[in-house]
Ligand binder design. Structure first.
Ligand SMILES: N[C@@H](CCC(=O)N[C@@H](CS)C(=O)NCC(=O)O)C(=O)O
Length: 249
């Protein structure tokens, strides 16, 4: 098998979800990193639709993070699978995973962008670290346009960010409630796609050490982000996700 290529926006939490699964399955891959806005051309060229991550393999193109997790599962033994084969455990994992994809990922992203994008210098500093130099230079010049387009596409504004934060808190509450019996992982006593997906899609609102290389750590975060970070990090769901990130990533 030729080495798969993973097309990413490197700090995207959905891309971190795919990287974690690939790393865990022991799949060696090359990451092709792009900045938001510039990713679109690379995604289409790779055979994806619009979003990252896109995994290009010998067997075809996989243009969705959940499908990448399932592709990884086809390469590991039953005990390693992120979506367990047993029922009803597998169904429960799939339900949590799908909920985090729909109700957590888009909202940590919109809330995070709302706090980050107005600060051009901070945003560019984060992006510089992982971007192809020409994309970075172009973004530096086109920043106001790129910001406008991104805000429009994701409806990033004060009301949207407030709604998103409420959704993030609601998901954290439900995860905290599920963990109240002291279970080590969300479903079935072992690490699964439910845990991986919560940890990665919550990462912009928790900034675990294992993710700091992409989005920076607590100290680099804007004050308004730090305030929510400090609130979420001490919830049962937040404490647990930081522990799982440190232990299983
Ligand atoms: N359902 C997709 C969602 C991925 C997603 O939303 N990716 C974002 C980055 S965090 C993206 O590519 N946004 C750019 C765009 O929509 O043009 C998946 O799980 O892969």
């Amino acid at each position: 098998m030729a080495r798969p290529r993973l097309v990413t926006i490197p700090f995207s939490h959905y891309c971190e979800k795919a990287r974690w699964a690939l790393d865990r399955a022991g799949v060696a891959y090359d990451e092709e990193k792009h900045l938001p806005f510039f990713h679109a051309r690379a995604v289409i060229r790779a055979g994806g639709r619009r979003t990252v991550p896109v995994l290009v393999t010998d067997e075809g193109v996989i243009a969705d993070s959940t499908e990448i997790l399932r592709w990884c599962d086809a390469r590991v033994g039953p005990a390693q699978k992120l979506f367990p084969e047993e029922r009803p455990v597998g169904d429960e994992v799939a339900r949590w995973e799908s909920r985090f994809d729909d109700e957590l990922g888009p909202h940590t992203r919109r809330w995070g962008y709302h706090l980050l994008l107005p600060d051009r210098e901070r945003t560019l500093t984060l992006m510089r670290k992982h971007a192809p130099p020409w994309e970075f230079r172009a973004l530096t010049v086109a920043y106001p346009v790129a910001r406008f387009v991104m805000c429009r596409a994701m409806r990033v504004n004060a009301e949207g960010a407030a709604r998103s934060l409420a959704k993030v808190r609601a998901v954290f509450d439900d995860v905290s409630a599920a963990l109240a019996d002291g279970r080590p992982y969300l479903v079935g006593g072992r690490f699964s796609a439910a845990d991986l997906t919560f940890c990665t899609l919550a990462a912009p609102a928790l900034l675990p050490d294992g993710y700091a290389k992409w989005l920076g750590g607590r100290e680099e975060a804007p004050a308004a982000l730090r305030e929510v970070l400090d609130e979420l990090r001490v919830t049962p769901a937040g404490r647990w996700a930081l522990k799982v990130y440190a232990h299983d990533r």
